[in-house]
Design a protein around this ligand. Sequence first.
Ligand code: BTN
Length: 247
Amino acid sequence: MIGQKTQWIKSCPSTNDLARELAIAGEEEGTVIIAEEQTKGRGRKGRSWYSPKKSGLYASVILRPPKSEVSLIPLVAGIAVREALLDTIGVEVWLKWPNDLVWEEKKLGGILCESGFYGNRLSFVILGIGLNINHDFEDFPPELRHQVISLRMIKKENIDLQELLPKLWKAMDNWYALFLQGKEKEIIDSFLQNSSLPLGEIITVVTEKGAFTGIFKGLDLYGRLILEERVRKMSFLSSEIETIKRD
Ligand code: BTN
């Protein structure tokens, strides 16, 4: 059960790193590590994740899926966070593929999944979740202020993490169970229903190899983004993406 065992830490460089160490030492599936602050919080693509004291949720979950195809796990996490926020706080966030949680185009949170191998066998996945909870506008660094938002800024009141967490782990558990049962289609459908990018929209996908503009045609069963350019159909892995822009 996800969240049945939770370790609360005052401060650490990154909960993903701590969870990785625990997973290597044999910690069981479902254990959650939560820190009050991170001194080296990480995002995708080597970006840093701003993690000031007591303002955010900085959590990592140890998973041990029995299959090696795990590219849907970040999608599962996004769907679960959305469900929990809607149920407990009444805030509706949207999922921006591959791993962003957005509210009115501003970033409220993100997911960072990292895998650990034993030889060439998948041994564990660390599912990192970062959410902006009780930040005020001025708490963010000036260069971020116009791109980000917190639950407190949306609701105009303090948010109690203890109310959110049980629902979050329950939703995560339900969606992770569907993932383990091979219900890829349900997961993709739910993600697309709650996607901030509507199907059929013209988007530009920026990767290390260049920018590609086309029509957003959805996600395949591996969670890859499908883009239809004028003469060809392309698919992108989440790891290839720098950003996605709407035209
Ligand atoms: C992103 O949007 O790029 C992903 C951000 C993920 C941040 C979380 S906070 C908890 C966990 N520990 C980290 O260092 N990163 C993730």
